[in-house]
Design a binder for this molecule. Structure first.
Ligand code: PLP
Length: 454
């Protein structure tokens, strides 16, 4: 316990998404991770943990893939950096752009690279506003996203996010961002509503907002195919078709934030494809490189590109670029990663093992009086805890999901107490095995029973 690294961590490191008051209370977590292989990581004390959240739903191909590590090393030796401004590129970045487009829905056309999901969403807003300027309708600026959506933590991307913790203290959301109903079927306003009826209700709430604001002022609608950080919530039946119809009616773009769902997490290459969405822009990050290096992207459709390529000389080049856009090391990681996703058959594995995980979870704990809902899609699974199954009531100040996740961790499995609901979330690497899925379910059941005393 006299580890100098732990002391340095305490004394120097400002951790993100952390309750900093815990430092003074001596309650802060200091866990230093040393290595990883497959679905497991090992901490500095030598404890091996099954990481059923793949870092932050990002290490899709699993840890310790030498194919990606070697590609990164080779790129660093050959050419660690060159920029991508004004027509420049590197072999890795151009190859990756081609590989992404080969995998994206047919109506997509170009990719703009960034570093992470938040900045990619900032880019998308600028692309849309720039496009509307080219089209002579600069007043079409407002953006609608959903309560419980997560789109990042910058000032604009944090405004898109529909979670109070990302708004409080920062005067967010910024003016042009509005939030509509989350497609959270378990929490529907009227229990007697069918999934289809709830989808129609969400679409009608959206339409009401559009009409109130004026359709000519609304540029785009933003949504994750499956709500992630807001509680791992797949949409009810018919949701995306109903939303798409409203957007088409009022000439409003659809941005699919596929930072979590892109490249296989739902068992399909993209969530858009999985739900029959027709997005105008797709945000990608995480699974693009399996987080072996930071890289994100905005894939724009043929329709958006057709407008962007008409940029006027009066407007000049777009005032938007990052030094590290299309960084060659991230791009080399992306090329090797996407090859692995294919070679290892990870889409198929995500679909079958993900379904096995949810089934094992239902078998193990589905009847527990404090388990309200077990849901998910592909390699995503959520267990929502309730104090009463009948009323679906949660807790005001007690956080049993936090307790259950701590018990689960002590038993060697990492899950996540979803920050904004009484839900335990799982988003394992897409290479999870059936035996590992069973271990996650069995230990989760044990942790939940331990939390509630039986
Ligand atoms: N969009 C979604 C759907 C996400 O889940 C996240 C991160 O979890 C982001 C955007 C933000 O990505 P980043 O943390 O890389 O900025």
């Amino acid at each position: 316990k006299n580890d100098p690294l732990e002391q340095w961590d305490r004394d120097t490191f400002l951790h993100p998404s952390t309750h900093w008051a815990d430092f003074a209370r001596g309650k802060a977590v200091h866990r230093i991770i040393s290595s990883g292989e497959g679905s497991h990581i090992v901490d500095r004390e030598g404890k091996r943990l099954l990481d059923a959240f793949a870092g932050l739903y990002c290490v899709n191909v699993g840890y310790g893939r030498t194919e990606i590590a070697d590609a990164i090393a080779a790129q660093a030796k050959e050419l660690a950096y060159y920029h991508s401004y004004v027509g420049h590129g590197t072999e890795a970045s151009v190859t990756l752009a081609k590989m992404i487009l080969d995998r994206a829905p047919d109506h997509m056309s170009r990719v703009y690279f960034g570093l992470g999901g938040s900045d990619a969403n900032e880019t998308n807003i600028k692309l849309i506003w720039y496009m509307n300027n080219i089209l002579g309708r600069p007043e079409k600026k407002k953006i609608i996203s959903r309560w419980r959506g997560y789109h990042g933590s910058g000032l604009m991307s944090g405004s898109l996010t529909g979670l109070a913790a990302f708004h409080n203290a920062f005067d967010l959301p910024l003016v042009p961002i509005l939030h509509t109903e989350a497609p959270y079927y378990y929490r529907r306003p009227d229990v007697s509503m069918s999934e289809e009826a709830f989808s129609a209700y969400c679409a009608s709430e959206l339409e009401k907002m559009i009409l109130k604001e004026g359709p000519e002022t609304i540029a785009a609608f933003w949504g994750e195919p499956v709500l992630g950080t807001g509680g791992i919530v797949p949409p009810p039946k018919g949701y995306w078709a109903a939303i798409q119809e409203v957007l088409n009616k009022y000439d409003i773009l659809l941005v699919a934030d596929e930072v979590v769902t892109g490249f296989g997490r739902l068992g399909s290459m993209f969530g858009s494809e999985h739900y029959g969405m027709k997005p105008d822009i797709i945000t990608i990050a995480k699974g693009l490189t399996s987080a072996y290096a930071p890289l994100s992207g905005s894939i724009v459709s043929k329709k958006v590109w057709a407008a962007l390529e008409q940029g006027t000389d009066e407007m000049g080049p777009i005032g938007h670029g990052w030094t590290y856009s299309a960084h060659p090391i991230g791009a080399a990681a992306g090329v090797a990663n996407l090859k692995l996703v294919d070679d290892l058959g990870l889409l198929e594995n995500a679909a079958t093992v993900g379904a096995h995980l949810r089934k094992a979870m239902s078998d193990a704990i589905g009847d527990h009086p404090n388990v309200g809902d077990i849901r998910g899609e592909g390699m995503l699974c959520a267990v929502e805890l309730v104090s009463d199954r009948e009323t679906r009531a949660g807790w005001d100040d007690q956080k049993p999901a936090v307790t259950a996740v701590a018990r689960l961790l002590a038993d060697g499995v990492i899950g996540r107490a979803m920050p904004h609901s009484d839900t335990i979330g799982f988003a394992p690497p897409l290479c999870l095995t059936k035996a590992e899925a069973e271990e996650v379910a069995e230990k989760t059941a044990k942790a939940i029973k331990g939390t509630f005393g039986s």
